[in-house]
Write a protein that binds this ligand. Structure first.
Ligand code: 13P
Ligand code: SF4
Length: 380
């Protein structure tokens, strides 16, 4: 089957309810409130979280104010899977997920008895948009001899068709294990992450051709020039980046692993190739270190190449307050996963969690909280 290039700017598939192009997402990024408004909003959100028996679970790419608020109120800021694991272990009956749609859905799949809300349900992901469930199912049907492994950044319907779900931190362990058993892999949706795993494990992998519109913009030539200016710097790269960029990395890993790497002894400067929302936590975690953003499009840069996810940016203090204030009664912002689909999708997530446990990975590597995270996934 021919895989056509993914048009994530113009999604033709999926429910219109969740199709939100990058340009629409940018147009909906909430305006920054004034300092006085911010403190009033934060106080209101803190009171509402208590009143609603809710906990805030945020990703490192969202607004710094939301990350701090999550931690100040007993919630968490972490990578994608730990967000879901935290929600499952939390005693609170309700979860508010500040991130993108697949994160809210994964939380709901793992916690079907809880109510899960998001500040804006239209916050999606180019990987999710670029992998429509019907086309993906047809691709799988054409390769019944292959074990289907999907990245967390997919819809519940895609996960329901998969044998395994992985995150960037545990993908090498799981695919390496399947390869050692002689299994051939069908991988979706991120082609760069897929190629990286293929190179590292030597597995026979057939790849879906999706990409992350943020990481796809990092440029190797400009990164080489930057490295030459900072010869002592370590280059930290998320594996959703193109191969030429990954090849320049000293550490390749999930967001938690990259943050952790900023504490590498004896190194004071880091060049960071991932969404720049991560710099907030890196600065808190390694306050004395110099952090430099990796270049995106160099001389041909456009506003698209800003190293920031437009959908993550849709999460703000006002829509968070609104979902807590009115969404719990009106249902606005509530994540729903059809129960039978959720049960089907649960299997591939649970398999990964079980693998982590039986292989002594105390929580999928790098998916744990910072203090539990190991070093990076591996070298380039
Ligand atoms: P992490 O699981 O490493 O946080 O990655 C999520 C993501 O969307 C990266 O773009
Ligand atoms: Fe998806 Fe990329 Fe945004 Fe992560 S940064 S949520 S992979 S579009």
């Amino acid at each position: 089957m021919d895989i056509k290039p993914v048009e994530f700017d113009l999604p033709e598939h999926g429910s219109p309810e969740i199709s939100c192009k990058p340009s629409q997402a940018w147009a909906r990024v909430p305006a920054q409130p004034s300092t006085a408004e911010k403190s009033a909003l934060k106080a209101e959100i803190k009171a509402l979280l208590k009143a609603r028996d809710a906990v805030l679970v945020a990703h490192y790419y969202v607004d710094a104010e939301l990350q701090d608020l999550a931690e100040e109120t007993g919630g968490c800021v972490s990578d994608s899977l730990e967000m879901a694991r935290f929600g499952r272990e939390s005693a609170h009956q309700n979860l508010v997920v500040a991130g993108v749609r697949f994160m809210g859905e994964t939380s709901k799949i793992l916690n079907p008895e809880k109510r899960v809300f998001m500040p804006d349900l239209d916050a999606t992901c180019s990987l999710d948009l670029g992998c429509p469930a019907d086309e993906f199912a047809a691709f799988c049907d054409q390769h019944p001899d292959r074990t289907v492994v999907v990245y967390a950044n997919t819809s519940a319907a895609v996960k329901a068709r998969a044998d395994w779900m992985v995150t960037s931190s545990i993908a090498l362990d799981i695919v390496g294990h399947l390869h050692a058993q002689g299994q051939k892999i069908l991988w979706a949706p991120d082609r760069h992450l897929g190629q990286y795993i293929q190179r590292q494990t030597g597995a026979d992998m057939m790849l879906w051709q999706g990409s992350c519109l943020v990481h796809d913009e990092f440029k190797a030539e400009e990164l080489k020039m930057l490295k030459a200016q900072h010869p002592d710097a370590l280059v930290l790269v998320h594996p959703e980046s193109p191969q030429a960029v990954v090849e320049l990395a000293d550490v390749v890993g999930s967001t938690t692993q990259l943050i952790r790497a900023t504490q590498t002894p004896g190194v004071n400067t880091f060049i960071v190739a991932t969404d720049n929302g991560i710099l907030h936590k890196m600065r808190q975690f390694a306050p004395d270190k110099m952090l430099i953003e990796a270049p995106t499009a160099g001389n041909s840069a456009t506003c698209k190449s800003c190293a920031h996810c437009p959908w993550m940016a849709m999460n703000g203090l006002v829509n968070l307050r609104d979902v807590l204030k009115t969404g719990f009664d009106s249902g606005q912002g509530e994540v729903h996963v059809e129960p039978a689909l959720g049960r089907q999708a649960y299997r591939c997530i649970d398999r990964m969690l079980d693998f982590a446990k039986t292989h002594g990975i105390s929580g999928p590597r790098g998916q744990g909280r910072l203090e539990q995270a190991h070093q990076g996934v591996g070298p380039a």
